[in-house]
Design a binder for this molecule. Structure first.
Ligand SMILES: [Zn+2]
Length: 316
């Protein structure tokens, strides 16, 4: 039996249920809610808990919160939201985009191996003094490819994975095929790519490139719904093509949606959420309908968000 750490303790992968693999309860910057609370929607914890309760009632069992420390991961906030809503929440360690220059590079001098030790400590002992252990590692690169500080973070994530066995999720920029660079670095570190999930993949409709990623053994996050630039329908056509090509059990649909957020002045939450009032239920309510209309059988649709996530955490 494989276990995975949630913020309320380890659970069996058998009990993950319907799992959204890339979401955020809140995104900001470190300590944002405590120190700049007026930026956020009012009563942000209650707001997030209410959203999660609707999510749970809609049939979602587990959410993976991909907010790293530098994106504002607030572990006590997340724990409280999980407790009050009943949604299993798995959190991540690692780093988003550039590791600051006072940590890495010629100024900071911290090596990937040293950085990895901090990630390993969180994975084995817990975040701060909470005892809460993350369930995944995260690294990110974006437009412009893998920069030197990102490479340092990525190599640190690889080393932490090799020590602990905890799987890796990478944020990538697919219009530029940046995953090719990231996967080459992970391979160079000795990572078996079946322990890697490549996220935001539905930002491109280039099936040949996506099939190449899957052929490396990776899992795939189709996790920007409804998304910008690429339309929701185009994203679902990409998913259908990958299902038809036989990759269904490697796919992890999700929204990359922040349940609580920084609200621009003069905007209501309804206005802010106009593109996706369903929040974490968009896939169930809209995408599954699109797939059905495209002719994907119900038995296959029912495997989405269940089999892929479980396989990923079981290292299949
Ligand atoms: Zn995200």
């Amino acid at each position: 039996m494989t276990k995975v750490n949630t913020v309320l303790g380890p659970i069996s992968t058998k009990n993950l249920g319907f799992t959204l693999m890339h979401e955020h309860l809140i995104v900001g910057f470190p300590n944002a809610i405590k120190e700049f609370p007026e930026l956020f929607v009012p009563n942000v914890l209650e707001y997030v808990v209410a959203g999660l309760k609707r999510t749970k009632a809609g049939g979602v069992d587990t959410v993976v919160d991909m907010t790293t420390l530098d994106l504002g991961r607030d572990i006590n906030f997340i724990k409280e939201a999980s407790k009050r809503s009943g949604v299993n929440i798995i959190v991540c360690t690692g780093w988003w985009l550039d590791v600051p220059r006072f940590i890495s590079g010629p100024v900071g001098g911290v090596t990937a191996a040293q950085m990895a030790e901090s990630f390993v400590r969180e994975l084995e002992k817990g975040i701060g003094d909470t005892g809460i252990k993350p369930g995944v590692l995260k690294s990110a690169s974006d437009v412009g490819g893998v920069t030197p500080p990102q490479e340092m973070g990525l190599r640190a994530v690889a080393k932490a994975h090799l020590k602990t066995g905890v799987p890796i999720v990478i944020h990538s920029y697919h219009p530029g095929q940046v995953a090719r660079q990231q996967l080459a670095i992970l391979k160079d570190e000795g990572v078996n790519l079946k322990y890697v999930k490549v996220d935001h993949s539905n930002d491109t409709t280039d099936i040949e490139y996506l099939a190449w990623i899957l052929e490396q053994g990776c899992y795939m996050g189709l996790d920007r719904y409804p998304g910008r630039m690429t339309s929701s329908m185009a994203r679902t056509r990409t998913m259908k093509a990958l299902i038809d090509a036989g990759y269904i059990d490697k796919l992890c649909p999700s929204h990359d949606c922040s349940m609580g957020y920084i609200l621009p002045v003069g905007k209501t939450t309804e206005e802010y959420e106009v593109n996706n009032p369903h929040r974490y239920l968009y896939i169930k309510r809209v995408v599954f309908k699109q797939l059905k209309e495209m002719g994907v059988p119900a038995a296959k649709i029912n495997r989405l968000c269940v089999t892929g996530p479980r396989n990923f955490f079981e290292g299949k």
